[in-house]
Write a protein that binds this ligand. Structure first.
Ligand SMILES: *Cc1c(COP(=O)(O)O)cnc(C)c1O
Length: 412
C-alpha cells in the first residue's frame, strides 16, 4: 500500500535502483539510510563519472596543450556551466569550485574579510552550523569586528523583528543558513536579503541543506553569495560551490596564492587572473568537479515538484508517528520546514538510541550536529536526527519507528 502511494508520485523503485548503497545490508538487516543531512548517497552515474575520469581522462586542467588535458578542461568547465544554469547564475565565471561549504565560507571570511575594519559588524543566527560561526569569530578577532546573532523562538524560527533591530550602517555582512541542518527550519531568506541590502550589507546564504530539496535562483534571491557542498547534493566529497556576484568577487583580494590564480608572476610583483581562476589556486578536485556536474544534471532531470511533495509527506508522516511515542520531544517545529527531524526522548541519551537503531540497520545521526549554540538554546546535549531525502520511502519510516520503539523499550 505504502509503496503504491510512492509510485503514484514518481517511480521510487527505479530511483532507488540507481543508488547502489541503498540495497546493502548492515548487521544482516536492510540499510535504512536516514542520515541524508550529513551526506547523501550517490547515484551510479556519479560513481561512474569518477571511475571514467581516472580510467580514461585523467589529466591536469587549464595547462596542457595536449589532447587529454584539453578534454579534461572542457569537462570541468562544462560542469561549471551545468551548475551555473541550475542556480541561474548570470555567468559561469561567478561559480567558483571550492572544497565544500566550509571551504567557501572560509574563503569569504578571509578575502571579503580583508575589506572589513574595526567596528564593522557581521550578523549570523543562533541556528548556524559551526562552519558559519567559527570563521566569523576568527575574522572578528583578527579585525576587531563585532559578531551579532539573530535569536530564535522555541519553534526554532528566527525572530525577524530582532534581526531588523541588529541591522545598521555598520553591518557589512549577514551570513545565514537557508535551511537549518538540525531543525529543518526554512528561513525567510528573501526577506533577510532585502532588509540587509537596505543598509548596504552583503548577504551570504549557506545552501548546504537547501539546494538538494528546492529550486534555487540566485538572481531572483539577489544574494551576494550562495554556497553548497557537493556531497550533500548526491555528488562527491571534497568539492563544493561558491556563487558570488561579479562586482563583489572582483572587489575581493585573492584567498590562496599559487598556480592558476595568477596573471603574471615576477619576484617584484604578481598580477592576478580573472574570475573564476583568481579564487581557484592550485590543481582542483577535477574528477570531483566533473562528478558534481553529473550530480546536478541528475537532479535537474528529476521532477522537483514530485520530490518536494514526496519529502513533505515523509516528513509529516514520520512526525505524526514520532509524536505517538511517550516522552517524545521534537526539536524544531517551525511552520516552514523540510524533512529533517531532530528529537529527544525523555530520560534517554540520544547516543544510546542511535546505537540501538544502528544495530537494527537504521542509520541516523546523534549529537549536536555541529550546532552547539543551538543545543544550548534548547538546553539539551544533543538530539537524534532523522533526515530524509527523495529516495526514502514510507515503508522505511515504518521500519524506523518500529526500531525506535524497540530501542526505547530496551533502554527504559
Ligand atoms: C554540512 C553543512 C555545512 C558544512 O558543509 P561541509 O560539507 O562539511 O563543508 C555547513 N552548513 C550547513 C547548514 C550544513 O548542513
Amino acid at each position: 500500500m505504502m509503496v503504491k502511494e510512492d509510485i503514484q508520485l514518481f517511480d521510487i523503485d527505479r530511483i532507488r535502483d540507481e543508488f547502489p548503497t541503498l540495497s546493502r545490508e548492515v548487521y544482516g538487516k536492510p540499510l535504512i539510510y536516514l542520515d541524508n543531512g550529513a551526506t547523501s548517497q550517490k547515484p551510479q552515474v556519479v560513481i561512474d563519472s569518477i571511475e571514467h575520469y581516472y580510467t580514461f581522462d585523467n589529466s591536469n586542467i587549464h595547462r596542457g596543450v595536449h589532447h587529454m588535458s584539453q578534454e579534461a578542461t572542457t569537462q570541468y568547465e562544462n560542469a561549471r556551466v551545468t551548475i551555473q544554469k541550475y542556480i541561474n547564475s548570470p555567468t559561469p565565471e561567478q561559480v567558483l569550485f571550492t572544497t565544500g561549504t566550509t571551504g567557501g565560507i572560509n574563503l569569504i571570511a578571509h578575502s571579503f574579510g580583508e575589506l572589513l575594519s574595526a567596528g564593522d559588524e557581521i550578523i549570523i543566527s543562533t541556528m548556524e552550523h559551526h562552519s558559519n560561526i567559527v570563521p566569523w569569530q576568527m575574522l572578528c578577532e583578527r579585525k576587531g569586528c563585532k559578531l551579532n546573532v539573530i535569536p530564535i523562538n522555541d519553534h526554532g524560527e528566527l525572530i525577524m523583528s530582532e534581526f531588523e533591530k541588529l541591522l545598521n550602517n555598520k553591518t557589512k555582512l549577514v551570513s545565514v543558513t537557508h535551511i537549518s541542518n538540525t531543525l529543518g527550519t526554512i528561513n525567510p531568506i528573501k526577506h533577510i536579503i532585502d532588509s540587509a541590502h537596505k543598509v548596504g550589507a552583503k548577504v551570504l546564504i549557506d545552501g548546504a541543506q537547501s539546494i538538494q530539496h528546492m529550486s534555487v535562483d540566485v538572481q531572483a534571491l539577489d544574494c551576494d553569495f550562495f554556497l553548497f557542498s557537493g556531497h550533500k547534493v548526491f555528488g562527491p566529497t571534497g568539492v563544493g560551490i561558491l556563487y558570488g556576484k561579479t562586482a563583489v568577487l572582483n572587489s575581493m583580494p585573492p584567498y590562496q596564492g599559487g598556480g592558476d590564480m595568477i596573471d603574471r608572476v615576477t619576484f617584484e610583483k604578481t598580477t592576478y587572473n580573472v574570475l573564476p581562476h583568481k579564487f581557484e589556486a592550485g590543481t582542483p578536485n577535477i574528477s570531483g568537479g566533473i562528478a558534481l556536474g553529473v550530480a546536478i544534471n541528475y537532479l535537474a532531470n528529476q521532477d522537483l515538484n514530485a520530490i518536494q511533495k514526496h519529502e513533505h509527506e515523509l516528513g509529516v508522516y514520520a512526525t505524526t508517528e514520532l509524536n505517538k511515542i511517550e516522552g517524545m520531544r521534537i526539536i524544531g517545529t517551525s511552520k516552514e520546514k523540510t524533512s529533517v527531524i531532530s528529537f529527544v526522548v525523555e530520560g534517554l541519551h540520544p547516543f544510546d538510541i542511535g546505537t540501538l537503531l544502528d544495530k537494527q540497520g537504521v542509520a541516523v545521526r546523534t549529537g549536536h550536529h555541529c550546532t552547539q549554540p543551538l543545543m544550548d538554546f534548547f538546553n539539551i546535549p544533543g538530539t537524534v536526527r532523522a533526515s530524509f531525502t527523495f529516495y526514502n520511502t514510507k515503508a522505511e519510516v515504518d521500519i524506523f519507528i518500529k526500531a525506535l520503539n524497540r530501542s526505547i523499550n530496551m533502554l527504559r
